[in-house]
Design a protein around this ligand. Structure first.
Ligand SMILES: [Zn+2]
Ligand SMILES: [Zn+2]
Length: 773
């Protein structure tokens, strides 16, 4: 039986006569992870327990400190000793040490003493174990405090920052280390080699409030629904601009409370004329859903506007409800696809709505860029024309975006309008921010600094209009008779790396575990879970040369380099469960492949070199992988260039694999076709190969290092690598003579299965001339 932390804290503090901090309890949890439960649980679960307690007449130690009613989502912090399911009372608590918090009042004093002794013993044992395990030069207390940080529970339902609140979780200051201390520590580490390349500090900032005239009813509604009594300067300025007939773009950091800048003007228009309508557009259904609730709350708190109808109009809206929405809704929540396909072509049935349309609010404006952005720009122009045709030329466009470089230009381009007030001065308060840019070190083996390794595939942006999107659905509520809810929609390129079954998924600071993924319906289901590990997908990407459009000589060599279309085929074959960079478990998966196209270039390993490597038992996969990284290390824009990183589990599998790869060094534009660095690297291919060879040849390391064949951005931590192999491949590409007798024979290192075969000829577009080097 769990006990709320509030109750524990009160009684313990009365014994200790000093504050009991969360971090102290977290240290106990860190010492005895299996014995102590210290977590937020749904308040509803606790209420059941409270009810049971009341019937038994046991003292009410579960009373919530606040008097408001517990809603569905609320979580309470509990502390529980797991051995035995015993409860306690305040009177017994007062007589016990802090290690024995949860005793049943029904226990005899003798049984109680035994339990106390047992737990004390277990605690002493854990401390001894810790002291025994800590090397002499390390401080066990610091170690424990460090470990405890992972055990400080976080309230999953703590207010979201975008409500304009500032309730971020902060550790008590006396135990929280300063950034200075953490950085000082970091640079002392053995592995630290100037990875911190830049740092910028933003000083804390007080809130700047703004003045604004609003009707009493609207002020009262804002106060009641948002629990605020004043507006930040950027909010007030934006609303004022709409009041004076202007269009507005607010581009301030997230968490600065932007939605109010279009919500309040809509209330004003409705107060003035109850026939007024508004259109709110969001890039995702999940966002629209959240914002619809917020708007409903505001309307409900606004005297006279309680009955204003708000509706979502998207692909999921049932056909039998659509007419009612068109005829009666005052505020419609939609996305641009819906405006394009369902509203604009049917101006006649939407006439009431379009004639009375006062505000078009477009949130997350930064989302609409590239091809999708230009599509949206056309939709907005048509919307303005259609409204003008029914006599409505006075629509105010209000948009919000995260901080972007040219908000005015972006809004002008997208909306085709002038008379825009740009608001970028953020009035919301903020704490000191300290940005440190950390250039990640290579990972040696499995057990080091995983947390610093970026996951490169995640940064590959390939979103086009047509890309499939997956719904991320929280089904936690279903078990309690509640409802599933859509958390967000994500592109397939993200979904495969983040929503495989078993993945730990983060959504607005809450942790979920994915329970089921349907690729047919594109739904990933997950439940709320407080787990103390993270997951990291394992994948391989085949990069295949599909068509040659440029051919270039390599200086001094009979061999050539090729440029053209490259197809990418990514498979997530499993994942790691990780805690503090340590692998707890490796799980296999079967997921459908993710295919896409880009541009790139390649160099084929000459046949005789491949033959020589096989003869000398030098693994061609190691050689090609290392030669590829050696070449990329010579190219200044290498971070946007990708290569086919060789995966240890594939290359060193004891059994023969079906996945045979061509003997080819291939490089491609990670961000998608065209405009990438691949073509400029190709322009300098001769220099790159020559200089890669010279560097590897002259490098004094034995097995390969960061200066020659290792890459800090290697997706597979340079595990598959060979310096001698890289040298052979590079010499071969340059057409330099190789004396077979001088090449070491590695046959006594054990045979490897064949994974690399002679590269096939790639289709060439007609009429191309070979470019000279
Ligand atoms: Zn080296
Ligand atoms: Zn690599």
């Amino acid at each position: 039986m769990a006990i709320t932390f509030a109750a524990v804290r009160k009684s313990v503090e009365s014994i200790l006569r000093q504050p009991l901090e969360l971090t102290k309890v977290a240290e106990i949890k860190a010492l005895l992870p299996d014995l102590v439960k210290f977590a937020y649980i749904p308040a509803n679960d606790l209420q059941v327990q409270m009810a049971a307690q009341d019937r038994d007449g046991a003292p009410d130690i579960y009373a919530s400190s606040s008097t408001h009613t517990l809603d569905d989502e609320e979580h309470v912090l509990v502390l529980e000793f797991l051995e035995g399911s015993l409860s306690t009372s305040l009177s017994t608590l007062r007589n016990q040490s802090q290690w024995s918090l949860t005793y049943a009042p029904s226990l005899t004093p003798e049984a109680m003493r035994k339990l106390v002794e047992k737990r004390n013993e277990r605690f002493v044992q854990a401390v001894d174990e810790l002291l025994g395990a800590v090397p002499e030069d390390e401080d066990p207390v610091a170690l424990l405090m460090n470990a405890a940080r992972d055990h400080v529970p976080v309230d999953p339902m703590a207010p979201q920052p975008d409500m304009g609140d500032n309730h971020q979780f902060i550790l008590p200051s006396q135990t929280r280390r300063t950034v200075e201390e953490i950085l000082d520590d970091l640079v002392e580490q053995d592995w630290y080699k100037n990875q911190i390349v830049a740092r910028k500090i933003y000083e804390p900032k007080e809130a700047t409030l703004g003045e604004l005239t609003l009707s009493n009813t609207i002020w009262a509604a804002v106060k009641a629904a948002r629990k605020i009594s004043s507006l930040y300067s950027h909010q007030a300025a934006a609303i004022k601009a709409v009041q004076t007939g202007k269009n507005v773009i607010v581009s301030t950091p997230t968490a600065s409370g932007k939605s109010i800048v279009y919500q309040v003007p809509v209330l004003e228009f409705l107060e003035e004329n109850i026939e007024s309508t508004a259109l709110f557009v969001y890039p995702t259904k999940a966002l629209a859903q959240d914002q619809k609730q917020a708007m409903e709350q505001l309307l409900f708190s606004c005297t006279g506007l309680e009955n204003v109808k708000v509706a979502t109009y998207d692909g999921d809206t049932p056909a039998d409800q659509r007419r009612g929405i068109r005829d009666n809704a005052s505020i419609v929540f939609a996305n641009f696809d819906m405006v394009h396909t369902a509203i604009l072509p049917h101006e006649d049935i939407w006439r009431r709505f379009l004639k009375n349309l006062k505000v078009v609010a477009v949130d997350e404006l930064h989302y609409y860029t590239g091809l999708y952005g230009s599509h949206v720009a056309q939709v907005i122009r048509r919307l303005r024309r259609v409204c003008a045709a029914v006599g409505n030329r006075r629509i105010r466009f209000v948009s919000c975006s995260a901080t972007i470089s040219n908000p005015l230009g972006h809004m002008k381009n997208l909306f085709g309008i002038d008379d825009i007030e740009v608001i970028t001065a953020d009035g919301a308060p903020s704490g000191r921010k300290d940005f440190v840019i950390f250039n990640p070190p290579p990972k040696d083996g499995y057990h080091t600094h995983d947390k610093f390794m970026p996951y490169p595939a995640k940064h590959v942006s390939i979103r086009g209009i047509e890309e499939e999107r997956y719904a991320v659905v929280d089904v936690t509520g279903l078990a309690r008779g509640g409802q599933a809810r859509i958390l967000e929609e994500i592109e397939y390129s993200r979904a495969i790396f983040e929503t495989y079954e078993g993945a730990v998924f983060l959504h607005q600071g809450q942790t979920f575990v994915v329970t089921e993924v349907s690729h047919d319906t594109r739904v990933a289901r997950m439940t709320r879970a407080d787990v103390n590990y993270t997951t990291s997908p394992r994948d391989f990407t085949n990069a295949d040369a599909a068509q040659t459009s440029r051919i270039r000589e390599v200086r001094g060599s009979p061999h050539r380099a090729f440029f053209g279309r490259v197809t990418l085929h990514t498979v997530v074959f499993g994942f790691f469960k990780l805690r503090n960079g340590q692998i707890l478990e490796s799980v296999s998966l079967e997921t459908p492949p993710f295919d896409r196209e880009t541009t790139g270039f390649w160099l084929d390993v000459p046949k005789n070199i491949l033959g020589l490597m096989n003869e000398k038992n030098i693994h061609p996969a190691e050689a090609i992988h290392s030669a590829s990284h050696a070449l990329m290390n010579r190219f200044p824009m290498a971070q946007d260039l990708k290569t086919e990183c060789k995966v240890a589990v594939k290359e060193y599998r004891p059994v023969e694999t079906n996945r045979k790869r061509p003997a080819r060094l291939i490089f491609y534009d990670g961000a998608g076709p065209g405009g990438g660095p691949a073509s400029s690297a190709f322009d300098h291919i001769s220099d790159l190969v020559h200089s890669a060879y010279e560097v590897v040849e002259s490098c004094e390391c034995k097995e390969g290092c960061i200066k020659c064949i290792h890459s800090p951005s290697c997706k597979e931590s340079n595990e598959v690598s060979s310096k001698i192999g890289a040298l052979l491949v590079l010499r071969g590409l340059l057409g330099l003579a190789i004396e077979s007798d001088n090449v070491p024979d590695l046959s006594d290192e054990g045979r490897f299965p064949e994974t690399i075969v002679v590269a096939d000829v790639v289709d060439v577009v007609s009429n191309i001339e070979v470019e000279s080097s």
